[in-house]
Ligand binder design. Sequence first.
Ligand code: AMP
Length: 310
Amino acid sequence: MSLTVFGTICIDTIETPGGVVREGILGGSCTYFAAAASFFTPVRLVAAVGEDFPAEFEAQVKRFKGVDTRGLERRAGSKTFRWGGKYHENMDERDTTFTELGVLAEAPPKVPADYRDAKVLFLANSHPSVQADMLGEFPNRKLAVADTMDFWIDGARPELDALISKVDGLVLNFDEAEQFTGKRNPVTAGRMMLEAGPRFVIIKKGEHGCILVHRDGIAALPAFPAEDVVDPTGAGDSFAAGLMGSIAAGLEADPSMDPGSFEALRRACVQGTVIASFTIEDFSLDRLTKLTRAELNDRVRAFQSMLRVD
Ligand code: AMP
């Protein structure tokens, strides 16, 4: 009953304050998600890259432990999706410097037949109409959650509206929630989005944590107070990975659980917050690929004790 993720595998160019530029590094919503979620449960990925995708990046993705990469399609004659991001001084806000869609403007990758039994599906950032099409590939799903970002809110709004009416949950950034609803208050924005159909919305506020707006309640969680922020790219995808990975592991242990319940999601946000705090300690996947289960467990315990208020 593996967790399955559909999203992008990308070649990124990242600029952080002080003029530090890292050109042509491995990124993508699916990449970060798969690497981070594999700490919790086996993951299957579905994504396409072009002919230009470096062999060493492909080897790196294939080395992720616990990640089934049979759904990674390398397409002859096509170009890999490329994206550039530049962070502001506060490291929380960023501008997209370029987006070259490449394979994202083509047909979606094929889903291997034996992935279809997935119970938990994450639609990482990608074109919302393709995200919606992917839902049809997983008829046995118990939980489907989608992510989106400014590029799609601007450029594919009708498709995004259609997607939201079909998923159980949505995760997005604070600014994106405002862009989507016109409401700056995240609770108001979250409630508006619930009216479109999902059971819950999680609004991420970078260093200020996240807010879960669910039909059954509202919860707020701070971010892990990280000291060493090198590159925030992939924090959102890693947060979603900890969330979905721990829910999928819980469902594996107890198939009768409700994976979209308020309580399950509230607890899973802790795992998401902690794994995201590792991703941002280095560029690309560099910190995640060195991370050990023991380090992750220690930080989860430290975070839980920080949250304790009697
Ligand atoms: P995050 O920092 O979690 O929002 O994720 C950043 C990753 O998403 C980067 O590695 C990019 O390659 C990827 N990305 C950027 N723009 C898009 C987009 N429009 N659609 C899908 N993935 C994107």
